[in-house]
Design a protein around this ligand. Structure first.
Ligand code: HEM
Length: 133
C-alpha cells in the first residue's frame, strides 16, 4: 500500500468530518435552541474548526515530508486557501465566544448564523481550491 496515499486519505477523512462538524453543528444550533444542547454544539463547532486547521496543515506537512516542499499552488487557489484559513481563525474565535462570553440571546443567535455562513464559505473555497490547484 502506498503510504503517501494512505496518509492523505486519513487526513482527508478527518478533514471531511471536521467540515461536517462546523457546518452541521452551527445549522443544528439554529434549529435546536435548548441551552444545554447549544453549549454542546458550541464545543462541537469549536473542536471542528480546530480540526480543520490542524488537518489542513497536515496536508501541507505530508507534502513536505514526501517532496521536501509545499504544494505548488498559484493565483485563485492561493486566494481560496487564504479564505479557508481566515474562516478557520474567525470560526474558532466565534465558537469560543459562544462558549465563554456573556452574550445576549440575539447576539448568540446572530453568531450561529455567522458560523454557519463561515462554514459554507470555507466549503465553497474548498471546491475552488480543489479545481484551481
Ligand atoms: C486552516 C484551514 C484549512 C486548510 C489549511 C485546508 C487545506 C486543505 C487542503 C490542502 C485540501 C486538499 C486540496 C486538494 O484536494 O487539492 C483541502 C481539502 C478540503 N477542505 Fe480544507 N483546509 C482548511 C479548512 C477547511 C474548512 C474550514 C473546510 C470546511 C468547512 C474545509 C473543507 C475541505 C473539503 C471539503 C476538502 C475536500 C475538497 C475536494 O477534494 O473536493 N477545509 N483542505
Amino acid at each position: 500500500m502506498d503510504s503517501q496515499n494512505l496518509a492523505y486519505s486519513i487526513t482527508q477523512i478527518v478533514h471531511n468530518f471536521g467540515a461536517v462538524a462546523v457546518v452541521g453543528g452551527a445549522a443544528c444550533a439554529l434549529a435546536w435552541r435548548d441551552t444545554d444542547v447549544q453549549r454542546r454544539l458550541a464545543w462541537l463547532v469549536l473542536i471542528g474548526w480546530l480540526t480543520q486547521a490542524a488537518s489542513g496543515a497536515t496536508f501541507g506537512a505530508i507534502s513536505f515530508y514526501y517532496y521536501a516542499k509545499l504544494p505548488d499552488i498559484h493565483g485563485i487557489a492561493v486566494g481560496a486557501l487564504v479564505i479557508k484559513v481566515l474562516c478557520a481563525a474567525l470560526g474558532f474565535t466565534l465558537a469560543a465566544r459562544q462558549l465563554f462570553a456573556q452574550l445576549a440571546e440575539a447576539s448568540r443567535r446572530y453568531t450561529w448564523f455567522a458560523l454557519c455562513g463561515l462554514g459554507a464559505l470555507a466549503l465553497s473555497s474548498a471546491a475552488v481550491l480543489r479545481w484551481f490547484s
